[in-house]
Design a protein around this ligand. Structure first.
Ligand SMILES: [Zn+2]
Length: 250
């Protein structure tokens, strides 16, 4: 069975505003909020697949619903903490790397103000500002080190010193998204002791939904994303269920 290929979504016609719009989007990629959004979009499918596989594995090996619930809750919390920690450390590390680059640039500006001002004027000219204006803007920017640093950071490093990402918010959002996804395969077991079928059903629907939702950020069609996510999740669950059943027979 092969997932449907290609995009159903009409390709957006690149109009005269296509270029500028793209530049704008790549700026948004550095927006601290995009870290939060990314964490949410990728955290939920992770929680769903991970806890579905865990719950199915335990269910395959034990008929005891309370054991399944215990494992499911532990899996939800362990996964959410791990995701949040990973997101926090990686964003914080990236932030520290950018801060170091900014420090190096600041030192350049302080140690060689005239050369850096000339360099900024050149960079502005390369970006289409005519030379006279470029030297005037560069001179104004270099009246204050902080302002000069903003210009140099944007034009040389492509970063904004004032928005280097929000590790705490991204970690929180990762935690919440993973927990939300992980709760789906767990919930039926809180309602009934015989929840195997219900778990597969609600998790299947949720997999389709998160898979489709993630394609909003890609060129793929929603159907492709949904089917791909369902296949990956179902395969993981089938494997752990099989292993659980095998272990219970040992
Ligand atoms: Zn510079």
């Amino acid at each position: 069975m092969s997932p449907p290929h290609g995009s159903e979504r009409d390709d957006e016609v690149p109009g005269p505003r296509g270029g500028p719009a793209h530049t704008h989007e790549s700026e948004h990629a550095r927006d601290p909020r995009s870290g939060v959004l990314r964490a949410a979009v990728f955290g939920a499918p992770d929680g769903l697949v991970s806890n579905l596989a865990l719950v199915m594995g335990v269910a395959g090996g034990s008929g005891d619903a309370s054991v399944v619930v215990l494992a499911g809750v532990a899996g939800l919390l362990a996964g959410a903490f791990s995701m949040a920690a990973g997101e926090y450390i990686s964003m914080q590390t990236q932030r520290e790397m950018l801060e170091r680059e900014l420090e190096v640039e600041r030192k350049h500006i302080e140690d060689h103000p005239e050369a850096e001002q000339r360099h900024l004027a050149e960079l502005l000219a390369e970006n289409g500002i005519d030379e006279e204006d470029a030297s005037r803007v560069a001179a104004q920017a270099h009246e204050r080190t902080d302002r000069a640093l903003e210009f140099h950071a944007q034009l040389e490093l492509g970063i904004q010193p004032s928005s280097l990402g929000a590790p705490g918010a991204a970690a929180l959002s990762s935690f919440g998204a993973f927990a939300l996804g992980a709760a789906v395969p767990l919930l039926p077991w809180l309602v009934t002791r015989d929840a195997l079928l219900a778990t597969m059903l609600v998790s299947g629907l949720a997999l389709l939904w998160v898979g489709a939702a993630a394609t909003r950020f890609t060129q793929r069609s929603a159907r492709y994303g949904a089917v791909r996510q369902l296949l990956v999740g179902a395969l993981s669950a089938a494997v752990t269920f099989g292993v659980g059943s095998l272990i219970s027979r040992l």
